[in-house]
Design a protein around this ligand. Structure first.
Ligand SMILES: [Zn+2]
Length: 117
């Protein structure tokens, strides 16, 4: 049994983590599943539309930087055009690297690929 919060391992028979007071689970989720929700996230860029944000997200993920998109459309209740934009969030420890990647040419068509010959 494992605590989903602090990831402590408990012997069978325990149902709640004494530290966190949450129900134990048989198996922990994979390390990165949902982990971003708990991590300290910072906005590395704000985009005007979700397409741009998705491209940036893809670029970061290609560099093994976990990131997530947060738009302020309240789940679609408000048209995106009325919001201030789409935030691209990364872990604070990844901020510098992410900023560096996003500052360089991240879009495939802009990629400066050295001539292989
Ligand atoms: Zn715990």
């Amino acid at each position: 049994m494992y605590c989903p919060q602090c990831r402590s391992e408990y012997r069978s028979g325990f149902t709640h983590c004494a530290e966190c007071n949450v129900a134990l689970v048989d198996q922990l989720e994979p390390e990165n599943a949902g982990a971003l929700n708990d991590a300290e996230l910072v906005v590395v860029r704000t985009y005007s539309d979700e397409t741009e944000a998705s491209l940036a997200k893809t670029a970061l993920e290609a560099s093994s930087i976990e990131c997530m998109i947060r738009s302020d459309d309240y789940g679609g209740l408000t048209p995106l055009s009325l919001t201030r934009g789409v935030d691209l969030l990364v872990r604070s420890e990844d901020f510098e690297k992410a900023d560096e990647i996003l500052s360089s040419d991240v879009l495939p068509e802009d990629a400066d690929v050295p001539d292989a010959n």
